[in-house]
Write a protein that binds this ligand. Structure first.
Ligand code: ADP
Ligand code: MG
Length: 693
């Protein structure tokens, strides 16, 4: 077996490879570009490109691609081979600096939200040297940003890089006041990724899964997650083989896959990497999802990344663990040992509290998708109301100092296991709260509202922007202060009092919280269309313009793309439901009732009691009628989407009318599934899909 240390990063053109393969001067110039974003001269780029190509060919590459993240949220790639014709009909393998730095894919078919008309379809991809190139299969992947001919952003990476820059500059300003001078402060993220694995032969029999990624029909199985026997349970051998293979593939690509375990729902699992700078974490998470899908097929499985593949059991999320670290390696969210004297920690934490309170709408809309609508507020994921958990100790600290009293550091209480041989462990001073959308977990915040398939760029753009805004406001104030320490402490007190309504340490799933949150004036943006309607409010446009993350047109474009995407998903789901109901479920149910009718006729002729069959027949026949009518209503609603005149009203209509018609049709069909003979039902049941991997 190959050693993990040798395997790790073996397919990545990383710093070590660059050091080995590039002339010293070129290596230095490239490192400078990577670390400071400085311009890379074209002759240097040529040398880098040539070395990269030679290395990639040794790793089996024949092609290269500019890999980017358009507004579809998934990654895009177009492969170009290295071949160039040579004399005498032969070819040589070539790759220039120009080809490395800039690409010009035809951009007309990527969503732009009206930023680019099809007749000027030009878009550019620009190399992002801060994220390493890698070889996967026979292709050299070069991470890039994607922008239009006129310089408007068309992707998720460019604004993410801009937001990182904003929060870095703002944090450096504040740190200067503490006498510190780091060159940068970067947000780090560790995204925990949940997923389902189901057998591929069963998947192929479910058109709903194939077309929409989730089951649109399906009665509850006799056993779901009620026994709590799957979470952290023993991993079945078929799944473990997959996980081992997955880890190895990810390690080769330089991804620090760290934790793997079974999740709450049957057939549900999780993978967590070690955290890294957020643009790398974003690239790696996109890559992880792609590798998860590809590898599953090799194992006779399908990896489902949809937020809610199955009704009645938990869906999948992605916890976004976020922190800020200086270029000197200091985690600004680490309270250290002496909490009450850590003014710097308190100030940064207060900035996050302000950020979350003032920009609840941005955080909420950054996780709004049709798929995630099934999870938020369904007692399996945080509610749509954004609030934050600080834990008893930190809350106590802020409550005490804001009321002008002296705070005493708590010492973690001893937790005894009661078993002699097990050492006594100290209670973590910040306990976990699994129901909070935005929880402080000791030295980082865990944003828990993300859906499993989401590109993590958007939520992190919002966190970075919101925190940058708060830190800039604090720097503006404190830079003018005569007595910095006193001014900072006063600011912390005032700001905590002003924003403490966002702090909630209780059960976010409880109904009482909804009422309490409303009383506190917190937003409760229930569905995707409502959440997205806040994207381009005056305050938000001003914020993005001020921080140079988006222009007003770019914000509007993003909002439109997301609203349209929501409508398209609901439209596809509605059409798929109608087709499955009419062509598969109703015919199966009709056959079943015919069988029953034949049976009743025959039994009655023989004088045998057929009351039970008669009852089932009556109920089934009635359900067929109900389902048929519901299908008609859904079909009518789907056709009426086009009558809406703009993307917001179309999305609202999809949410309020089409989606409820879908739910209604599903109810009748699922009841039919509980009656119709299994051999007549047209596709595998939830039990088949979830319990037999
Ligand atoms: P959980 O109990 O929620 O599973 P873990 O401690 O296992 O939490 O961490 C989950 C994720 O948080 C991992 O990806 C881990 O690398 C990441 N993480 C840990 N520390 C930090 C940090 N300081 N900043 C960002 N992410 C972090
Ligand atoms: Mg977690």
């Amino acid at each position: 077996m190959v050693k993990v240390t040798e395997l790790f990063g073996s397919m990545v053109f990383n710093e070590q490879v660059m050091r080995e393969r590039l002339p010293k001067e070129v290596f230095k110039a490239l490192q400078c570009t990577i670390k400071t974003g400085s311009y890379l001269p074209s002759d240097v780029a040529d040398v880098v490109a040539s070395a990269m190509k030679d290395w990639a060919i040794e790793k089996g590459a024949t092609h290269y691609t500019h890999w980017f993240q358009p507004m579809t949220g998934i990654t895009a790639e177009k492969h170009d081979s290295f071949i160039t014709p040579d004399d005498g009909g032969s070819v040589i393998m070539k790759f220039s600096g120009k080809e490395l730095i800039k690409g010009e894919p035809d951009a007309s078919s990527f969503p732009s939200g009206g930023l680019r008309s099809t007749f000027e379809a030009r878009g550019y991809t620009a190399w992002d040297p801060t994220s390493y190139a890698f070889v996967k299969g026979t292709v050299l992947y070069i991470p890039t940003a994607f922008i239009s001919y006129s310089g408007q952003v068309l992707d998720k990476k460019t604004p993410l890089l801009r937001s990182m820059d904003s929060v870095s500059k703002a944090a450096v300003r504040v740190l200067k006041l503490f006498g510190k001078n780091p060159t940068s402060v970067l947000p780090s993220v560790g995204p925990e990724q949940e997923y389902f694995l189901i057998p591929i032969e069963l998947y192929k029999k479910r058109p709903d899964l194939i077309i929409t990624g989730r089951t649109l029909f399906g009665a509850k199985p006799p056993k779901g997650q009620e026994l709590d026997d799957h979470y952290f349970g023993k991993i079945k051998s078929k799944v473990l083989e997959y996980m081992e293979d997955l880890d190895a593939e990810l390690w080769k690509l330089g991804i620090h896959a760290k934790t793997r375990h079974n999740e709450v729902a049957p057939a549900q699992h999780e993978l967590a990497p070690i955290y890294s700078t957020v643009n790398i974490a974003t690239d790696h998470n996109q890559l992880t999802m792609a590798v998860m899908r590809e590898l599953a097929v090799k194992h006779g499985l399908v990896c489902l990344l949809h937020e809610k593949p199955f009704a009645g059991v938990n869906g999948s999320g992605k916890h976004n663990n976020w922190s800020l670290t200086t270029s000197d390696g200091e985690n600004l969210l680490d309270p250290g040992k002496d909490l009450k004297n850590n003014l710097q920690f308190m100030l940064f934490l207060t900035a996050v509290i302000k950020a979350v309170d003032e920009h609840q709408d941005l955080l909420r809309l950054s996780v709004a998708t049709a798929g995630n609508d099934h999870r938020l507020g369904a007692n399996e994921a945080p509610p749509a109301i954004i609030s934050m958990f600080l834990g008893d100790e930190i809350t106590d600290l802020f409550e005490t100092i804001s009321s002008g009293k002296e705070y005493k550091n708590r010492v973690g209480a001893k937790l005894s296991t009661g078993v002699e041989s097990v050492p006594v462990i100290y209670e973590d001073t910040t306990d976990r709260n699994r129901t909070s959308p935005f929880a402080f977990t000791g030295n980082k915040f865990e944003f828990r509202s993300l859906g499993s398939s989401l590109n993590i760029a958007c939520p992190n753009i919002m966190i970075n922007a919101a925190v940058a805004d708060a830190l800039n406001a604090y720097a503006d104030k404190l830079e003018k202060a005569k007595d910095f320490k006193k001014a900072a402490l006063d600011l912390i007190k005032k700001e905590y009092i002003a924003h403490k309504r966002i702090v909630f340490n209780g059960d976010n799933y409880a109904d009482a919280w909804k009422a309490e949150a409303a009383r506190r004036g917190l937003l409760n943006l229930k569905g995707t269309p409502e959440a997205l309607s806040y994207y381009d409010t005056k305050e938000n446009v001003e914020l993005f313009e001020k921080l140079k993350i988006y222009t007003a047109e770019e914000v509007k474009a993003r909002k439109d793309i997301l609203l349209e995407n929501y409508c398209k998903i609901i439209n596809i789901e509605a059409l798929t439901m109608c087709e499955i109901a009419v062509k598969q479920i109703l015919p199966a149910a009709a056959r079943f009732t015919t069988e029953l009718a034949d049976n009743i006729a025959k039994l009655t002729a023989l004088g045998v009691d057929a009351r039970a069959q008669r009852e089932v027949l009556d109920i089934s026949a009635a359900l067929i009628g109900d389902a048929y009518e519901a299908e008609q209503r859904l079909s009518d609603a789907q056709l009426a989407i086009k009558n809406e005149t703009d993307s917001q009203s179309a999305a609202n209509f999809c949410h309020d009318t089409v989606f409820s018609a879908m739910q209604e049709l599903r109810t009748y069909c699922d009841r039919l599934e509980t009656l119709v003979a299994k051999d007549l039902w047209p596709f595998p049941s939830y039990g088949d899909l979830l319990l037999y991997v």
